[in-house]
Design a protein around this ligand. Structure first.
Ligand SMILES: *Cc1c(COP(=O)(O)O)cnc(C)c1O
Length: 218
């Protein structure tokens, strides 16, 4: 279990960037991982986790939350509107608000439920056809639209294209967040979280570097 290593790398990256380590949230991405690896990280005292799918999160976390106090789960993966209610009842934060229809659904459900998780707008910084997210050129208008819906937008999120230098994408995301007055930057994964911290990440999403490689069945 390499949680302590990752925690000290986060602290070192903050120090190098002249940042207070308290301003960076380490999200341990537990998707697909065997439950004993997840409980090992919980037993080590970590409480902030990330999942990609509502169904997987709902199958795992309600039980764990009865055993461990103070857990928060962040949803990182694409959210279908028909899973939005379930997601809102389970997670503290949704990082994948990526389209107008989801924004209107979340706004309606927020009225009904009387609460809403914190939200990050996913920006498709690489403008990749197969990737979810708002185009950089449409981000300002979408932020405005979400604010008009009274949604609690905390920041922006990106997943840079695998084959490109991530720092260009981190810099772009930061520029878009700054000009919209957003503090939150969800960026950086196992391979690049230190660079993301140098560019101002407030939420780093680290899976395999904490838990080991994900082993997919078949
Ligand atoms: C899986 C995933 C991560 C974690 O990836 P690692 O490379 O294992 O750190 C982070 N963000 C998102 C959106 C993911 O889907």
């Amino acid at each position: 279990m390499t949680l302590p290593d990752i925690q000290s790398r986060v602290a070192k990256a903050c120090q190098d960037a002249g940042r207070d380590p308290q301003t960076v949230e380490l999200i341990a991405v537990s998707k697909i991982q065997p439950i004993e690896r997840v409980t090992a990280v919980l037993d080590a005292g970590h409480r902030v986790f990330g999942e990609n799918r509502v169904q997987e999160a709902a199958g795992k976390w309600p039980d764990l939350m009865e055993t461990y106090d103070g857990v928060s789960v962040h949803l990182l993966g694409p959210l279908q509107t028909n899973k939005a209610r379930q997601a809102m009842e389970l997670v503290s934060t949704i990082h994948s608000l990526d389209r107008p229809k989801l924004a209107t659904t979340l706004a309606r459900l927020a009225q009904e439920l009387g609460h809403c998780p914190d939200l990050f707008i996913q920006v498709n910084t690489g403008e990749e056809a197969q990737k979810a997210g708002i185009a950089p050129s449409e981000t300002d208008a979408f932020v405005t639209q979400c604010r008009d819906l009274d949604l609690p937008i905390k920041g922006l999120m990106c997943i840079p294209p695998a084959e490109e230098t991530p720092s260009l994408h981190f810099a772009l995301l930061r520029k878009l967040a700054d000009r919209n007055g957003l503090q939150g930057l969800s960026m950086g994964m196992s391979g690049d979280f230190e660079q993301a911290i140098a560019f101002g990440a407030t939420h780093v999403r680290v899976g395999s570097a904490i838990f080991g490689a994900r082993v997919y069945d078949q």
